[in-house]
Design a protein around this ligand. Structure first.
Ligand code: DC
Length: 224
């Protein structure tokens, strides 16, 4: 199986680029952030504080998550309910980040992610794919862009969805969340030792997609 790991901070264009690469190469795109977001949503709906680790751990047995694909687009089902849209709300981002720092939550999601990679050629986007989930991935890419560049993209996305927010709010939330994700004790969002860095601040989507495909093709050719 071909397993491509794409890690990096939020708004680095991972999902847009990985989705396009998946389409061109015939891989399945797996957005692992959607899994953490779904647990975040569950906790949010119950009114549990995102700091209350014990309460969060105690509700895990009530949660079942499944990934599905509708016309090639990933959907995530939380206890059979399609929550793919709702998990994108900005308040859920912080819940996702908070629950993702809990070891039991990460353990809970481990097999589901590895199972996808075992059964399919995948391009999987997240924070610890190259370091923890798929340490033997065919290729590992760490994708970044400047803070301003990433916040601009995220802001545009949210505006298009009709979410009311400001650029400053998006930028400060993003910096806060990335700091938490990259400095946490468990599975911090850091590049794997053998990751290829790709800063796409100056690249358009098409160019980025071509660049990633080049990196993948090179790695596959080398592997033989
Ligand atoms: O990629 P995203 O913004 O949808 O992810 C939401 C949060 O989930 C992010 O702040 C950190 C966490 N996450 C993680 O810890 N590990 C992953 N593989 C994916 C996401």
């Amino acid at each position: 199986m071909i397993n491509i790991a794409i890690d990096g901070p939020s708004g680095a264009g991972k999902s847009t680029i990985a989705k396009a690469v998946a389409k061109k190469k015939g891989y399945i795109y797996v957005d692992t952030g959607a899994l953490y977001r779904s647990i975040g949503l569950y906790v949010y709906r119950l009114g549990i504080s995102k700091e209350d680790k014990e309460a969060i751990k105690s509700v895990l047995p009530q949660i079942s998550l499944e990934l599905g694909y509708v016309e090639g687009v990933q959907r995530v089902y939380l206890n059979k309910e399609d929550v793919s849209e709702e998990i994108r709300m900005p308040e859920i981002s912080m819940y996702a980040s908070a629950v993702s720092a809990i070891q039991e939550v990460r353990d809970f999601l481990l097999e589901l992610q590895r199972d996808m990679a075992k059964k399919h050629d995948v391009i999987m986007d997240g924070r610890d794919i190259g370091t923890v989930i798929l340490p033997d991935a065919t290729v590992k890419v760490f994708m970044t862009a400047t803070d301003e560049g990433r916040a601009k993209r995220r802001y545009k996305e949210l505006c298009e969805k009709g979410v009311e927010t400001t650029f400053e709010e998006v930028l400060s939330d993003m910096i806060k969340r990335d700091k938490a994700d990259s400095t946490r004790e468990i599975a911090p969002a850091v590049p794997a030792a053998d990751a290829v860095f790709f800063d796409n601040t100056e690249f358009g989507i098409e160019e980025s997609v071509d660049e990633i495909i080049k990196i993948i093709d090179n790695a596959i050719a080398k592997r033989g």
